[in-house]
Ligand binder design. Structure first.
Ligand code: ADP
Ligand code: MG
Length: 327
């Protein structure tokens, strides 16, 4: 790269690389005062934004490729939780200094994930600041219906995609707070879940086509995130903890510890959804459901109840809340 001013950074690391995905609904991408898109007719647009700040959301000296993929994946996960199809994103980057190696690794990882989900970078802002921070806004399409936190109905089943708890274990490994007798493969699985979460876009869209109207992505922990669904839908919920799909890497842990990670650990970025029984039956008959687990049901009342083999489960204080910045 010739010189390291703001414009050459944008051109070299972001404009050039963003052109690999050229969507037909983008009329102007990076380079003008604004981007111009022509949304596909008959669809609705959804937007979501997340910021990651060094020292708050990730430790200092975190590798740039991990920051990039986590920042974009967390945002795409919010699209998944609406049942949306990813379309575009914007990026505000504040850097303490310009390090070409850092920018190269950051942008390479960013576009690897962007390409995979066909989400095109449309613009952004690049500034110098004492603290590294990354803000991404994602844009996507939904049909007339979307998956909403307020969409749960009494009698619905509660389900989750994928497996739970691996990212929580990964975080404990990173912080080295505790030793566990893990195999190298189990360690790797836990760290990968923490650093490279896989947004559940296909599952969100599939659920939507089968009549599902309610989902949230699990970023703060299953209990906390399902709690948002219950509050906003005005109903209660029961989780049968023996039905929780525990990540394979949790097998060497004591059962209560593994369940706690699955129930309260953040960062898994799987979806928690609710679905009418009849819709679930149809989904089960027509699709390969190895990636979905039914873990409970929506009931009248309020709050979340944990059961184990139909007895109250006491292994966890259900007031355990997810991470709250101002708590
Ligand atoms: P302005 O001063 O008009 O805001 P900028 O110099 O900030 O223009 O940006 C020039 C172009 O580069 C715009 O298209 C903007 O969206 C894009 N851009 C700036 N920073 C980034 C970034 N980090 N990622 C992607 N695009 C960016
Ligand atoms: Mg600007």
């Amino acid at each position: 790269m010739p010189s390291t001013n703001e414009f050459s950074i944008i051109e070299h690391y972001f404009q050039a690389k963003s052109q690999a995905i050229s969507r037909t609904d983008v009329l102007r991408g990076i380079g003008d005062d604004c981007a111009i898109v022509e949304p596909q007719p008959g669809k609705r647009l959804v937007f979501s934004m997340d910021t990651l700040i060094e020292g708050v959301h990730f430790p200092q000296q975190t590798a740039p490729h991990l920051i990039a993929s986590k920042a974009l994946a967390a945002n795409i996960s919010d699209l998944a939780a609406m049942g949306a199809e990813p379309a575009w994103f914007t990026l505000a980057l504040s850097l303490p200094e310009v390090e070409e190696e850092w920018l190269e690794a950051f942008s390479t990882a960013l576009f690897e994930l962007a390409d995979r989900f066909r989400i095109q970078l449309l613009g952004g802002d690049t500034t110098r600041s004492p603290t590294l921070s990354i803000t991404i806004q994602v844009h996507g399409y939904v049909p007339e219906q979307a998956l909403l936190r307020e969409g749960a109905r009494v009698g619905d089943l509660i389900g989750v995609t994928g497996k739970l708890g691996a990212a929580a274990l990964g975080l404990q490994l990173e912080l080295a707070t505790q030793e566990y007798p893990l195999s190298p493969a189990q360690r790797e699985q836990a760290l990968a879940a923490l650093h490279s979460p896989e947004p559940q876009i296909a599952a969100g869209q599939l659920l939507l086509t089968y009549g599902c109207r309610c989902a949230i992505d699990i970023s703060d922990g299953l209990c906390a995130d399902l709690g948002h669904i219950l509050t906003q839908s005005g109903c209660g919920g029961i989780i049968h903890v023996e039905k929780l799909p525990l990540a394979d890497c949790l097998t060497p842990l004591p059962q209560d510890k593994a369940l706690k990670m699955a129930l309260t650990g953040g960062d898994d970025y799987q979806l928690c959804f609710t679905l009418a029984q009849a819709d679930y039956q149809r989904l089960k008959e027509e699709q390969n459901l190895s990636e979905l687990s039914i873990i409970g049901e929506i009931v009248t009342g309020e709050g979340l109840q944990l059961m184990q083999n139909n007895q109250t489960y006491h292994g966890l204080n259900t007031t355990t809340k997810g991470y709250n910045h101002f708590g």
